[in-house]
Design a protein around this ligand. Structure first.
Ligand code: DAH
Length: 346
């Protein structure tokens, strides 16, 4: 008898597990618990036993009956899930929001590079700030230590509005606002900010000059910042962006808002250093001007230069994208030439 019940149980579970619909489940239920079902038969057979045997055997058959009943009830839940899954995986699935006959867009190469750099710096604790594109002359020049009549203004001619404001020539224009917004960092902390943005200059447009381009500026201020910190962050940046070892060259450079100031150049990936129009035949591309923030700039930003130092860098984002994607002509970026622009995906 026990053996018989074991076999019924085994057979039941085998059948149950292959059930895929409510109709099949009902068929299995009838086959075991129906009037002529296997378990019902066993119950009927009890009458041939002695009262003693009946007691134990009855308990066993009844407990199998209960078990099978329970299993069938809980399998209804499994079925519901199976049907639901079939529904969402099935061929009859539509997304009415997908436009037809229309290609999906891609990110602009500048956006891709910008986001990548933002990610890198955010992991190093930098916050991202946005700067205005229309700026006051004060923010763009005076506040970064470039007073009226300073010769450095010559290189940054731009478009002036009738109200005296201008289209910003560099992301440095946001330095003062950011320093004032956050103030000097607390003891043991640093002010670490990254601020990318669109810049404008009155340029004669050619393969490497545009009137509208992107920069990405960074600043780190604290009571213990030195050139060593600057070099470290620049190295991390370039290694991550190019995903390879790039050759770099550091040489003194003048910018009114830093002292000392540097030009960090990277070898031209387009000509491999031999010289081409993009690198003005020098084999090097000026990519990362940087330096220690000038005391006047800190002071104008409301930060005491006797107590704090900091570094700043102004990365040519457009130029960096040219290097990374081997784009020979800067004019592609603003060309709206989707056929070419959509080639860049990461
Ligand atoms: N603003 C400069 C330019 O557009 C770039 C620059 C140089 C930014 C040095 C900096 C810096 O923050 O430290 O030419």
């Amino acid at each position: 008898m026990t053996e018989n019940l074991d076999n019924i149980k085994k057979q039941f579970y085998e059948e149950l597990n292959s059930v895929n619909s409510y109709a099949e489940l009902e068929r299995v239920r009838v086959a075991y618990l129906g009037k002529k079902g296997l378990v019902t038969e066993q119950l009927k057979n009890l009458r041939y036993l002695t009262p003693e045997e009946k007691k134990t055997a009855g308990m066993m058959v009844n407990s199998l009956k209960d078990e099978i009943e329970q299993a069938i009830i809980s399998y209804q839940g499994t079925l519901k899930e199976k049907e639901y899954r079939k529904e969402i995986e099935g061929a009859e699935r539509y997304d009415f929001t997908i436009p037809t006959n229309r290609e999906l867009g891609t990110l602009h190469p500048i956006t891709i590079v910008q986001r990548r750099i933002e990610e890198i710096f955010m992991t190093m604790g930098f916050i991202i700030e946005d700067g205005l594109e229309i700026q006051t002359e004060y923010n763009n020049f005076e506040a970064v230590n470039t007073p009226k009549d300073h010769p450095a203004r010559d290189m940054q001619d731009t478009y002036y509005l009738e109200n005296g404001q201008l289209l910003k020539t560099h992301t440095s224009a946001a330095q003062n606002t950011i320093m004032r917004k956050y103030g000097a960092p607390k003891k043991g902390e640093h002010l670490k900010v990254l601020f990318p943005g669109r810049c404008f200059r009155n340029e004669n447009v050619d393969a490497s000059h545009e009137n509208t381009f992107f920069q990405l500026e960074g600043m780190m201020i604290g009571d213990d910042i030195s050139i060593a910190n600057l070099i470290y962050f620049m190295k991390v940046l370039l290694t991550e962006v190019f995903e390879r070892d790039v050759k770099i060259r550091l040489r003194p450079g003048f910018f009114p808002f830093v002292e000392p100031g540097f030009e960090l150049d990277i070898n031209c990936a387009i000509c491999g250093g031999k010289g081409c129009p993009t690198c003005k035949n020098s084999g090097w591309l000026e990519l990362l001007p940087c330096g220690m923030i000038h005391p006047n700039v800190l002071r104008m930003g409301g930060i005491d230069p006797e107590k704090y130092t900091g570094f700043a860098f102004g990365l040519g984002l457009t130029r960096l994208a040219m290097m990374k994607y081997n784009i020979k002509d800067i004019r592609l970026f603003n060309s709206g030439n989707l056929k070419q622009l959509k080639q860049f995906t990461r």
